[in-house]
Structures are given as C-alpha cells and as structure tokens.
Design a protein around this ligand. Structure first.
Ligand SMILES: CC(C)(COP(=O)(O)OP(=O)(O)OC[C@H]1O[C@@H](n2cnc3c(N)ncnc32)[C@H](O)[C@@H]1OP(=O)(O)O)[C@@H](O)C(=O)NCCC(=O)NCCS
Length: 151
C-alpha cells in the first residue's frame, strides 16, 4: 500500500521514478533523465509527489541552498492540469522553504511557458532577470526568466 498523506502530497520514493519519468516525458519536450531524479533523491533534495487513490500525477523537486530554495522542476500530468494541483504543490514547497527560514525561493521558467509563469506570479513570484539562451529549443535556444519569491 503506497504511503499517502491526507493532502495528496508525500515524499518521492525511488519506486516512484517510472511514473515520475512517464509524466516528465509527457509534459516536457526536453525532459529530465531518470538519473536527474535519482540524483535528486540521493542528494536529499525536497522531492514530493501528488497522489490520489494510488495514481501518481505530479511531482516537484526543490534544492535548499544556504539562503534560497531553488525549484528545479515541477510537472503535472496532462489530464490533471488546470485543476489547481500545481498551485497546491507549489504552496507546499513554499511552506517548506518558509519553515527552513530561507530568504527566498528562486526558479527558472522558459520565456514561452506563460502558463507556468502565470502560476508563479499568482503565488507572488516576480521576474528578477533573464538567462540568455538557457534552454534547448526546437529551433536553437530559448531564454529563461528567473523568478523570485521573497519569503
Ligand atoms: C505549469 C503546471 C505545473 C501548472 O500546474 P496546473 O496544475 O496545471 O496549474 P493550476 O491548475 O494549479 O493553475 C494555477 C494557475 O496557474 C496559471 N495557469 C496554469 N496553467 C495555465 C495555462 N496553461 N495557461 C495560463 N495560465 C495557466 C493560472 O493562473 C492558474 O490560475 P487560475 O486557474 O486561477 O486561472 C502544469 O501545467 C505543468 O506541469 N505544465 C508542464 C510542465 C511545466 O511547464 N512545468 C513548469 C516548468 S517551469
């Protein structure tokens, strides 16, 4: 019986990786590898999954630095999107970072990913800079917008 918390969010386990990677490949054109997730677990990053009735449908990975938490990836399976789950998961990450008394949370978002950027703005993240040609894209490279939430 998989571990399931009341609010549908629990720590990611090594046995979740098949499902996590399946979602990652569904929602990202340039997905993280299994090794990226496995390394995040080994490094004890804050890795969480969303589950309902045994179905894993989302995940988030955050790395805590000395002053800031960095959200490394967030993904919600296609048919679970736009139902408030991304907001709930991000809220959980924000709560965790606040409890660690960190100054801020930082993340990168593709310039074209307006859906994700809207979600972050709604949660109080503000754009603080740009990383030129940070992401691979179908035609060349794409800039990243760096967003920050002061905790
Ligand atoms: C981005 C993502 C995590 C959002 O999760 P979600 O569960 O679909 O989002 P929510 O339902 O919680 O939406 C919350 C808010 O985000 C914004 N939003 C989410 N998806 C959006 C979209 N496709 N277009 C515009 N705004 C969007 C809206 O402001 C929304 O608020 P509203 O419902 O009051 O309008 C999810 O769509 C996803 O996994 N996308 C593919 C992977 C990805 O881009 N990850 C982020 C990388 S930086």
């Amino acid at each position: 019986m998989p571990l399931q918390s009341i609010d549908n969010i629990r720590p990611m386990l090594p046995e979740d990786l098949d499902q996590v990677i399946a979602i990652e490949r569904e929602v990202f054109l340039f997905p993280w590898s299994r090794m990226n997730f496995a390394d995040s677990l080994t490094a004890k990053y804050f890795c969480r999954v969303l589950v309902q009735e045994g179905t894993l449908f989302g995940y988030g990975v955050m790395m805590n630095g000395p002053d800031e938490a960095h959200v490394l990836t967030v993904g919600i399976a296609g048919k679970w999107q736009k139902k408030g789950w991304g907001q709930k998961l991000l809220g959980h990450l924000i709560q965790h970072a606040s409890q660690q008394h960190l100054r801020a949370m930082i993340l990168d978002v593709r310039e074209s990913n307006t859906g994700a950027a809207n979600l972050y703005k709604q949660l109080g993240f503000l754009p603080i800079g740009k990383r030129k040609s940070y992401y691979p894209a179908m035609c060349g490279r794409e800039d990243a917008i760096v967003m920050e939430l002061i905790l």
